[in-house]
Design a protein around this ligand. Structure first.
Ligand code: FES
Length: 331
């Protein structure tokens, strides 16, 4: 098991814009999260769906915003009809695959409800030296629930906030928008898939620009039973002492390396996959989680339950090591 189900209760439900609901989940203990994080929520009749966190009370509540789509059978309609204050809902701990990385200048692209992870990032940048610009695309003025706070953050940071209301005229072309944009360093985008594909296409033609997206279709959080048991035979069964060097085979990319006692697996993975997502790098947030295909991990994180550790099928590569001479990872 990778993530532990959390029985939560809905303690707030507000309509914060046309067809936009704010939902607050409360539980006895909710793991801390970092800007850009999301949670998975069990939606009746639809299974798990991912939602970016807007904010919450430390370890007590998570808050999300949901755009209600009028498609019959959609998760958002189920939320509208079945999630009320007092409803019991199963959720999963926050995980961050869209963390904000250090940069001197950020460009944020948000479409519709895609503003939610961007908002938490802008709050994080509040008071920092980083410069930023945010392009926010909405259908109508009554679907911008966080606009006052965005304007306040932009004023404080002396940053540029451009709001594009498409209405019936269609969305502003990103190609035109970027045509005269010469200051691109780190670009973060969140919105519908077509929007992010368009952004990726444009940004990929610029040299040296780091581009990050939140795409829940591509990045489903894996939960219990969705990964194979690790194989332990040969070197992946040979036990070593706790701090000894060990071999890592990255099955998907074909890379192998040795992790010395003073190194982490992440140190090496960074050289192979420079944009590999991490956040806390202390084994707390769950962002760097990897599936283990062979060998036995020596868990040193504070993320997993004892039950999840015993399973051994996943690990946090920022801190955890190996109990066997070799680990095979799904990287
Ligand atoms: S980066 Fe947070 S657990 Fe590894």
């Amino acid at each position: 098991m990778a993530l532990t189900r959390i029985p939560a209760k809905i303690t707030r439900r507000d309509e914060i814009g046309r067809d936009i609901l704010l939902i607050e989940f409360s539980a006895e203990y909710l793991p801390p999260w970092t800007p850009g994080a999301h949670i998975d929520v069990e939606i009746p009749g639809c299974g798990l769906r991912s939602y970016s966190l807007i904010d919450g009370d430390y370890q007590k509540t998570y808050r999300i915003a949901v755009k209600i789509l009028q498609d019959p059978g959609s998760a958002s309609l189920s939320i509208r009809d079945r999630f009320h204050v007092g409803t019991d809902v199963d959720i999963y701990p926050a995980i961050n695959r869209f963390p904000i990385k250090k940069a001197s200048h950020y460009t944020f692209l948000a479409a519709g409800i895609g503003i939610t992870p961007i908002l938490s990032m802008l709050r994080e940048l509040d008071g920092s030296d980083a410069a930023w610009k945010c392009h926010y695309f909405v259908r109508s003025p009554d679907q911008m629930p966080f606009i006052d706070e965005l304007r306040t953050l932009a004023d404080k940071a002396n940053a540029e906030l451009n709001v594009f209301v498409s209405g019936e005229t269609g969305r502003q072309s990103l190609a035109e928008l970027f045509e005269h944009e010469d200051k691109l360093e780190a670009v973060y985008a969140c919105g519908p898939t077509g929007f992010m594909n368009e952004a990726a296409d444009i940004v990929s033609k610029r040299d040296g620009v780091r581009f990050y997206i939140e795409d829940f279709d591509d990045q489903r959080t894996e939960v219990a039973g969705e990964h194979p048991e690790p194989v332990c035979e040969g070197e992946t069964a040979e036990r070593i002492s706790p701090n000894a060097a060990f071999e890592v085979e990255c099955r998907a990319s074909g890379h192998s390396f040795t992790v010395e006692p003073h190194e982490t697996i992440l140190d090496h993975v960074r050289q192979i996959l420079p944009d590999y997502p991490t956040s806390c790098e202390e084994g707390v947030c769950g962002t760097c989680e990897v599936a283990v295909l062979g060998g036995i991990p020596a868990h040193r994180d504070q993320w997993y339950t004892d039950e999840a550790r015993a399973d051994g099928g996943r690990m946090m590569i920022c801190v955890s090591r190996s109990k066997t001479k070799k680990l095979v990872l799904d990287l």
